[in-house]
Design a protein around this ligand. Structure first.
Ligand code: NAP
Length: 486
């Protein structure tokens, strides 16, 4: 959430040749460069196991930047910042070579020893890279050293604790940036501004005024090429423990004592500590079977290449939970996510309580729905507030109208990708939109009983909104599951 004030530094991407680097990190750096947010002396060093020259890596990066739609003159300018270093994560001597390369690049380009290490590696390689950097002293250069860790951060509470312990052996918490790319989205950041800059919203943001909150992340694709990874993960680990729970903490947190990373993360941790144990009866797990999606026939999950025979991995999960705090006592929070749903959508729907006296209902008007604020994150970012108004003329009739705010329509130009925001924050040392170790562990702790004893799994046809059993979790006849667009 910072502006472009970063010092000269060396940004090191482990796994620089990989999918995430090519599709997200390099384009994000290219866009930051184009918009003038990067320090002119800043350099990027991609690290990989296969030998490559700087020039060979620049060619790979130029292709990636071209595919991301950067103009050709900007591609050339960004490519000049790029370098490459071969490194085997398991070889301690390679980290000493990396240290010497960073020193040389620093001297050549007049960059102080400020290093950001982005681990864009398969999770099994995280521990090697963390230990290698620490043992080579790259965690304590003369300037600063920051470590960026991608998701998934562990696969359960025990593995997350173990990884945190290893990372803390070598890096202090204020050096560690755990990524949840949802937090880089403009609407997520705006959620904080919306709550804290508009007193009438914050004064209504509690159990007195709010009836229910629903957080939905729908994907209109199957597991595709990630089937093997996904089959060991499932919706609860892959989506709920991180993205949906991060959104939940931002919605439910108390007003922080200041608009700082420390204060905001402290409040988010308190929310996690306040979540009541989840009743297994309030969880519906699902797995898609063959169906029709986007006008095409799709096969079922069990028929996907890489999925184990008879797999019980959930591709859908719906959860009803409660935050046991003064603010939220008794207000249900519904979390729902799934693959092969009818729409790609991420939204938070906040349902306000109905007016205490239904005057208009008594007069025969259709005032039978509560006001709903929908905060949309995907496909478009913005808000919709559904309110009742009087229709013109007689007799008295009410109509529900949407007050809409769409980011792209209101502000010129496209929104920055979440990674752009997050990389700039890393360069500026702003941890507000990164996940603290206590948040990661707190979140795994919430879901540990469900991971240890997974509730029954139900089938749903691809192209539907999950198993019908999930509908029974939502308040009868007040269902907000459906997709909204801003
Ligand atoms: N891709 C996405 O859209 C996405 C989205 C969210 C999060 N993530 C997370 O981001 C990280 C990177 O994802 P990715 O899709 O880019 O992964 P990837 O393409 O599978 O791997 C990235 C790079 O890591 C290196 N690598 C592969 N196996 C390795 C090993 N055993 N030891 C050391 N290096 C190895 C490879 O580079 P060399 O062969 O050149 O060494 C590879 O190009 C993962 O943690 C993933 O969970 C990815």
């Amino acid at each position: 959430m910072t502006t472009s004030t970063n010092e000269a530094s060396l940004f090191v991407i482990f796994g620089g040749t990989g999918d995430l680097s090519r599709r997200k990190l390099l384009p994000a750096l290219g866009n930051l460069d184009t918009e003038g947010h990067l320090n002119p002396r800043m350099r990027v060093l991609a690290v990989g196991r296969r030998p490559k020259t700087d020039e060979e890596f620049r060619q790979l990066a130029k292709d990636a930047l071209g595919q991301a739609g950067l103009p050709s003159e900007r591609i050339e300018a960004t490519a000049r910042r790029l370098h490459y270093q071969v490194l085997d994560p398991g070889k301690p001597e390679d980290y000493r070579t990396l240290g010497r390369r960073l020193y040389d690049l620093g001297r050549e380009h007049d960059i102080p020893a400020n290093y950001a290490f982005y681990l864009s590696l398969p999770p099994r390689a995280f521990p090697l890279a963390v230990a290698g950097l620490g043992e080579a002293g790259l965690n304590q250069p003369e300037g600063w050293s920051r470590l960026v860790v991608e998701k998934p951060f562990g696969k359960d509470l025990a593995s997350a604790e173990k990884l945190n312990a290893l990372v803390h052996q070598h890096f202090q918490e204020d050096q560690i940036y755990r990524i949840d790319h949802y937090l880089g989205k403009e609407t997520v950041q705006n959620l904080l501004v919306f709550r804290l800059a508009n007193a009438f919203i914050e004064s209504s943001w509690n159990r007195e005024r709010i009836d229910a909150v629903q957080i939905t992340v729908g994907e209109n694709l199957g597991v595709g090429t990630r089937a093997e990874y996904y089959d060991h993960s499932g919706a609860l680990r892959d989506m709920v423990q991180n993205h949906l729970t991060q959104l939940l903490t931002l919605v439910a947190m108390e007003v922080p004592s200041s608009f700082s990373a420390r204060a905001i993360r402290h409040e988010k941790i308190k929310v996690l500590q306040s979540i009541a144990p989840i009743e297994p009866a309030n969880v519906v797990r699902g797995q898609y079977t063959a169906g029709e999606l986007n006008g095409q026939a799709v096969r079922g999950y069990l028929q996907e290449d890489g999925v184990a025979k008879g797999s019980q991995t959930e591709t859908f999960v719906a959860i009803k939970l409660f935050v046991d705090s003064w603010r939220w006592q008794g207000v249900p929070f519904y979390l729902r996510t799934g693959k092969c749903l009818p729409a790609k959508t991420t939204q938070i729907a906040v349902r306000f309580r109905e007016a205490p006296v239904g005057y208009f209902k008594q007069m025969g008007c259709n005032q039978d729905t509560a006001d709903v604020l929908t905060i949309a994150l995907q496909p478009d970012e913005g808000f919709i507030f559904h309110l009742d108004i009087k229709m013109p003329g007689a007799p008295l009739r009410l109509e529900r109208i949407p007050l809409r705010f769409n980011y792209n329509e209101h502000f010129e130009g496209s929104l920055p990708d979440g990674y752009q925001t997050l990389l700039l924050d890393v360069l500026n040392g702003d941890q507000t939109l990164f996940v603290h170790s206590d948040e990661v562990e707190g979140s795994w702790r919430v879901y540990a009983p469900l991971l240890d004893n997974p509730p029954k799994i139900y089938n749903y046809a691809a192209g539907t909104w999950g198993p019908p059993e999930a509908d029974s979790l939502a308040i009868p006849e007040r269902d907000l599951w459906q997709k909204e667009t801003v």
